[in-house]
Ligand binder design. Structure first.
Ligand code: XMP
Length: 318
């Protein structure tokens, strides 16, 4: 019978058997999969584990801080690599979505490799690969899957960093990982979070990424999430987020003319993220969110709602 505690015991035993007294490195993203992986490893091998969290500056409001507060007090080695400037530098002047994804992926590998080289005697690299990832990458390798966007993970580390892989979630589905997360004491709010793409807000600021745009987007998205949570709509949709459009529109603020940026709200319902329907959020909720964003954020003058299905659109805009 499937029970979280039996799966946890089994995973812990298997990790101990595979790793012995050797050291393990884990790239922590703050998402469910890597967090659950971290907790399982911590339980199995404690301080033999080092978690590296790369802050790429493309995270949501206060997200880096939250990860720090959660993992720093734990009985493991935690490294917070603040690389925001490196990512912004790498993205400078690039507006093509695929080139942006490549620049973000490459910078991530560079930063992660730099951190890995600072550690001694690490033999293993842990990854939060879950069963659907295994299937997806097998399909991609066989040429069966049509790749629309290049997704990134820690694959492709430089030659001098050869690790053996530890993947304790390899046989699990997402809902199982979530149940294990709860059993391991992860807060519900973190376990039930919507998916967040590896390139983060880098693909939600359309075109060239600038610090100013990221800051506006973070604030708008925080309002959107706050309202969805307050009304129970967060759990009713599969994924919701805000997109920053680097175009200006005219408005009136008091007796002034404003000429500021536009954001789009996106909320979708989907089972498998391969196809998706736009979510029919209530008009009064959309109206309230729009008013809050425009009134509270100096720099945004207009809010639109994305009513594109997948296909033909994708869920993310880039
Ligand atoms: P699209 O935009 O292709 O997105 O309809 C489908 C799902 O995948 C997420 N997504 C990513 N996840 N790395 C990820 O880990 C990525 O590079 C990436 N790009 C998109 C997207 O948020 C949606 O849930």
């Amino acid at each position: 019978l499937w029970s979280p505690s039996a799966i946890i015991d089994d995973a812990v035993a298997r990790i101990r058997e595979q790793v012995g007294d050797k050291k393990v490195l884990l790239g922590l993203s703050g998402g469910v999969d890597s967090s659950v992986t971290a907790l399982l490893l911590q339980k199995a091998i404690g301080k033999q584990l080092t978690c590296v969290f790369v802050d790429n500056g493309l995270l949501r409001l206060n997200e880096g801080q939250q990860v720090k507060e959660m993992f720093e007090p734990m009985d493991l080695n935690f490294v917070y690599a603040d690389a925001s400037d490196r990512f912004l530098e790498a993205l400078k002047g690039i507006s093509d979505p695929e080139l942006k994804r490549k620049a973000i992926g490459k910078t991530f590998i560079d930063v992660f490799a730099d951190e890995a080289r600072k550690l001694d005697d690490v033999e293993f690299l842990a990854q939060g690969t879950i069963y659907p990832d295994v299937i997806e990458s097998a399909a991609a390798k066989s040429g069966k899957a049509h790749v629309i966007k290049s997704h990134h993970n820690v694959g492709g580390l430089p030659e001098d960093l050869k690790f053996k892989l530890v993947e304790p979630l390899r046989e699990l589905f997402k809902d199982e990982v979530r149940r294990i997360g709860i059993a391991l004491g992860l807060p519900e709010s973190m376990v039930m979070r919507h998916p967040f793409p590896g390139p983060g807000l880098g693909v939600r600021v359309l075109g060239e990424v600038k610090k100013e745009y990221l800051d506006l987007l973070r604030r708008a998205d925080a309002i959107f999430m706050e309202e969805l949570n307050k009304t129970g709509w967060y759990q009713k949709v599969s994924q919701a987020f805000t997109v920053f459009l680097p175009v200006r529109a005219v408005g009136v603020m008091g007796d002034h003319r404003s000429y500021d940026f536009v954001v789009s709200l996106r909320a979708v319902k989907t089972i498998d993220f391969m196809t998706a329907k736009w979510a029919e959020l209530p008009y009064d909720l959309l109206g309230h969110i729009s008013n809050r964003i425009i009134n509270e954020i100096n720099g945004i003058s207009r809010v639109v709602y994305d009513i594109s299905g997948k296909p033909p659109a994708t869920i993310e805009w880039e």
